[in-house]
Design a protein around this ligand. Structure first.
Ligand SMILES: Cc1cc2nc3c(=O)[nH]c(=O)nc-3n(C[C@H](O)[C@H](O)[C@H](O)COP(=O)(O)OP(=O)(O)OC[C@H]3O[C@@H](n4cnc5c(N)ncnc54)[C@H](O)[C@@H]3O)c2cc1C
Length: 96
């Protein structure tokens, strides 16, 4: 989603940047996002437009990193590409 805010509305958590079950940390992302939004409000002295701009910029880098990890590692864990990898996953579990 290119922006997590519109007008006076801001999204956090799954509604904004659900990283899929393969991330295994949607709850953390939701609370981290709420904290990032609260921090942005604190530094912008109640100016919601500035706060939203800050939130959209400062938190995006972290979210993009997590979303990239999902495609780089998480999906292979949940949806192994080979028969052998599926058997290994079924035998050993997800590793957490
Ligand atoms: C099976 C499962 C296991 C998970 N395990 C983990 C884990 O181990 N670790 C982890 O970090 N994350 C885990 N997650 C992900 C985590 O639960 C979510 O990422 C997190 O709850 C997102 O929080 P949220 O507040 O953004 O959304 P939600 O928790 O989905 O909250 C949204 C709320 O909005 C309410 N709502 C919806 N529509 C309306 C409406 N029209 N009006 C009013 N209220 C409305 C819903 O009822 C809900 O209470 C798991 C998820 C699932 C499904």
């Amino acid at each position: 989603m290119p922006s997590w805010t519109k007008g006076r509305v801001a999204l956090v958590g799954d509604a904004a940047y659900c990283a899929s079950p393969a991330a295994g940390r949607g709850g953390s992302l939701a609370t981290d996002g709420a904290a990032a939004l609260a921090d942005a409000f604190e530094t912008s002295d109640g100016n919601y437009e500035l706060a939203f701009q800050d939130y959209n910029q400062s938190f995006r880098c972290f979210i993009e990193e997590v979303q990239a990890q999902v495609t780089d590692f998480g999906l292979d864990m949940f949806i192994p590409r080979t028969e052998e990898a599926i058997r290994k996953r079924n035998k050993e579990g997800f590793g957490f």
